[in-house]
Design a protein around this ligand. Structure first.
Ligand code: GN1
Ligand code: MG
Length: 369
C-alpha cells in the first residue's frame, strides 16, 4: 500500500477493532482504502478511508465542508420521505475531536466515510436497463439537491467546467511546453482549437443567464454511482469532492462521456471508440424520469451538446496534463494521458457524426409524459 494507514486509524471514530485494510484503485485522484473493523458482538463495520489529493483540491477544508452540508441535506430529504438513509448517502465519519478530516504532521488530509455494503460501482454498464437505472440515480441526486442553496457552497476547484478558462490554461501549457512534448502534438492541438467555440457554448449561456446555476455533482463518471447487488437499483452517488455550483448539463454530459461510450476512456484502440446510441437513449430516459419537471427547456435542448462539450473538455484536460508532464491524473504508462486524450477525441468525432440522432432522442423523451 502506498501509505502507512495504521497510525491514522485511531484518529477516527471507527467502531470496533481494526481488522483489515485494502486499497481501492478506481479513482484517478485520491488514494482510497477499504477498512473493516470487528465489533465485540462479532459483527462487522466497514469504512472508507481516503487521502485527499491537495494538488487537485487546494481547499480541502472547503471540500469537506461542502460534502458535510450536501450529505446532511440528502439524508434529511430521505428521512422526510420515510427512506432509511443508511446506504443511500455517504456520511462523514468524524475524527475523535469531532472534525471532518484529520491533518497529519506532513500536511496530508485524510477523511473517512461509511462504506456502502452490498453494492458495486461499475466502470462499464452494458445493459441498457441497468444504465437507465444508473441515470435515474444521478437524476435523483440532482433532484434532491434542487432546493439546496448554491450560494452556500464553496467553489472548491474554481472554474472546474469553465471550458473557456480551461482553454486558456491549455494554451498556456502549450506555450510553456514543460515536458518538451508539444512538437509531436500538432494534430491534437488543431483538433481542440477547431472546437473552441463549441466547447464554450455552455459557459457562455450560463454567463448570459440563459441557463440556471444549480448544485451539481460535476464528476458523474459512471463508476460514481453504486448499484445494489441484489435489487439492481442505483442506491448511492459517491465521490462528492466536486459537488458545487454548476450546470445540470455537466452531469448529463460527463455520464454520457464515460458511460455511453463503447469502450472506457483508457482504451488505446481508437477505432473502437463510438457513442452507443442505445445507451445514450437509456440514460436520457432514466435521467429525465427524475428531472424533467426541474430542467428548463433551455437545459433540455442542450443535453446532446453537453455530451460533446464535456467529452471535448476531457480530451483537453488529459492533453493538458500530458503536456505538463502528468501532474494531475494518476498514470499507469508514460503515454497514458495522451492515449486518454486521443480516445476522447475519437469519441467527440463520433458524437459529431451522430449528433442529429442524439437530438432526436432527447426530443422524444422530453415530449414523453
Ligand atoms: C477524475 O477521481 P475520478 O477518477 O472520479 C476527475 C474527473 C475526470 C475523471 C476522468 C477532481 O475523476 O473530473 O472526469 O478523473 N476528477 C477531478 O477519469 O478532476
Ligand atoms: Mg473524483
Amino acid at each position: 500500500m502506498a501509505y502507512d494507514i495504521l497510525p491514522l486509524l485511531p484518529h477516527f471514530r471507527f467502531e470496533g477493532a481494526f481488522e483489515t485494510a485494502s486499497e481501492i484503485g478506481a479513482g484517478n485522484i485520491n488514494a482510497t482504502y477499504h477498512i473493516t473493523c470487528r465489533l465485540p458482538d462479532g459483527g462487522k463495520k466497514e469504512y472508507l478511508l481516503q487521502r485527499i489529493n491537495t494538488y487537485v483540491f487546494k481547499d480541502p477544508v472547503g471540500v469537506m465542508r461542502n460534502i458535510d452540508l450536501v450529505t446532511r441535506h440528502i439524508e434529511r430529504a430521505y428521512r422526510a420521505q420515510g427512506v432509511d438513509p443508511a446506504r443511500r448517502v455517504l456520511r462523514v465519519i468524524p475524527t475523535r475531536e469531532g472534525g471532518l478530516f484529520h491533518r497529519t504532521d506532513t500536511d496530508d488530509y485524510w477523511r473517512a466515510y461509511n462504506f456502502v455494503t452490498g453494492a458495486t460501482a461499475f466502470d462499464r454498464i452494458e445493459s441498457p436497463a441497468a444504465f437507465r437505472e444508473a441515470a435515474r440515480g444521478f437524476g435523483e441526486f440532482q433532484r434532491l439537491l434542487t432546493d439546496f442553496p448554491a450560494a452556500g457552497l464553496a467553489e472548491t476547484i474554481p472554474g472546474f467546467h469553465h471550458t473557456a478558462r480551461r482553454f486558456e490554461t491549455f494554451e498556456a501549457s502549450v506555450r510553456a511546453d514543460r515536458a518538451g512534448r508539444v512538437k509531436d502534438l500538432a494534430e491534437e492541438l488543431a483538433f481542440l482549437r477547431e472546437r473552441k467555440d463549441m466547447m464554450c457554448e455552455i459557459v457562455k449561456a450560463l454567463e448570459a443567464g440563459r441557463l440556471p446555476v444549480r448544485v451539481t455533482h460535476n464528476d458523474t463518471k459512471i463508476n460514481n454511482v453504486m448499484i445494489d447487488d441484489e435489487t439492481g437499483r442505483a442506491i448511492c452517488v459517491i465521490d462528492l469532492d466536486t459537488v458545487m455550483p454548476g450546470s445540470a448539463l455537466y452531469d448529463f454530459g460527463d455520464a454520457i462521456r464515460s458511460g455511453a461510450a463503447t469502450v472506457i476512456e483508457d482504451d488505446p484502440d481508437f477505432d473502437k471508440v463510438a457513442v452507443d446510441l442505445t445507451l445514450f437513449e437509456a440514460f436520457t430516459d432514466g435521467f429525465l424520469s427524475e428531472v424533467k419537471g426541474i430542467l428548463t427547456p433551455e437545459e433540455i435542448e442542450r443535453l446532446p451538446l453537453s455530451a460533446k462539450v464535456i467529452t471535448c473538455e476531457q480530451a483537453m484536460r488529459f492533453l493538458t496534463d500530458y503536456i505538463d508532464g502528468d501532474l494531475y491524473y494518476k498514470i499507469r504508462t508514460p503515454d497514458h494521458n495522451l492515449v486518454r486524450a486521443r480516445n476522447q477525441m475519437a469519441l467527440v468525432r463520433d458524437m459529431e457524426r451522430r449528433f442529429g440522432e442524439m437530438q432526436a432522442i432527447v426530443k422524444r423523451y422530453a415530449a414523453k409524459v
